[in-house]
Design a binder for this molecule. Sequence first.
Ligand SMILES: C[S@@+](CC[C@H](N)C(=O)[O-])C[C@H]1O[C@@H](n2cnc3c(N)ncnc32)[C@H](O)[C@@H]1O
Length: 455
Amino acid sequence: MSVEKGDVVKVNVVDIGSKGEGICKYKDFTIFVDGVVPGDVLETEITIKKKNYANGKVVKILKESDIRETPKCEYFDSCGGCQIQNIKYEEQLKYKTNKVKSAIERIGKITDVEVYDTIGMEEPYHYRNKGQFPIKMKNNKAQIGFYKVGTHEIVDLNECIIQDEISNKVLNIVREIINENRISAYNEKSRKGVLRHVVIKTAYHTKDTMVIIVTNGRDLPHIGKFVNRLKEVPEVKSLIQNVNKQRGNKILGLKNYTLYGDDYILDDIGGIDFEISPLSFFQVNPRQTETLYNKTLEFADLKGDETVFDLYCGIGSISLFLAKNAKKVYGVEVVAQSIRDAKRNAKRNGIFNAEFVVGKAEEMIPKLYANDITADVVVLDPPRKGCETRLLDTIIDMNPKKIVYVSCKPSTLARDLKYFVEHNYEIQEIQPVDMFPHSTHVETVVGLYRKESAK
Ligand SMILES: C[S@@+](CC[C@H](N)C(=O)[O-])C[C@H]1O[C@@H](n2cnc3c(N)ncnc32)[C@H](O)[C@@H]1O
């Protein structure tokens, strides 16, 4: 049974899509509707009709789902930051567990391993240690916040309830400085105007905060006002001007100027200190990162005499976390700046059994292996697209006793797990961790072991 544009039909919401949209069924035809949750029954008006699906908008909710919750955030309906704040937190966790389970079964063809319940947060608010807020002018007033879904229109925020509290305080001070001093904001079309973004990073343990003002050139009018006003916030230990003259969506340029304080802030995960500099990657949910890394350590089951490969290592956080329990760790990462940070962090923590290599994992691992450098345990934490087959082939050839796969995308995780399972590995445990409450994203850590008959 199909529908036509303009039709109003009664539907049930059966699932949530990757952007948080409700997946509705009208007989067996699929209609996507924003702002509804599984269990809702509603009338929807069809706005777009395609061959295999349609989009609709809510006309009337006929029955509200039991899993619905009033979002705590007043901007939820317009802001693109969170997608499922309108679902009770325990139900968000169930949704994430099912998302992983379904990918593992459907794509990985693995049906005999239990997917554990997603590990959630006790207090799933104010967890983000980093906020990147675009700045625009509207009616001569600064707007700073997040983009509305699918647009470059800004939702002007006074508060974001998933960001660290200090970030909200800084955001409002920056807005006042801009408005009081009539400093211009960057215009994407004309490419004129000064201020592009404000990026705020806060260390979880010390609350030390770095504020990065991103400008369209070296000139920053009223620079002293930024310095003096932000110095009054005791947590702000570092003020940086970052210059980004490039067209496009990249937030930070390569050039940084320290306006006051240090050029890094310090945070720690599991007792290991990390320097966080303006350009370096650091996990955004420090509380859950520790949980994720502890699971990684548990699944790696190190005895102390192993060589470990930490592939896609970023600033070496997993490598340094594992190093205390291993003979030697090699971290491999494609971004040179991250490897410089990893080496500095190793030195700062007095860790001398970790070595870091710049390059693509799929190119560097075959080279290391050709030089007889091999691993007993391999940790993989790739970006969303997962691993290249040539990397998986080299790992399989290397035959490590354990593989721990950390993933932010269930579908590519399931695809790569299937490959390992077809090549002599067995899955021991699958543990989803909620790194991003109120979003549809889920992180998963999987422990695999080599079947003993191999090599
Ligand atoms: C999900 S992050 C993991 C970072 C790190 N493990 C952590 O926990 O902070 C993925 C990392 O892979 C890096 N990367 C992307 N493609 C790569 C490749 N082909 N080879 C090596 N590293 C790559 C990215 O720069 C990024 O640092």
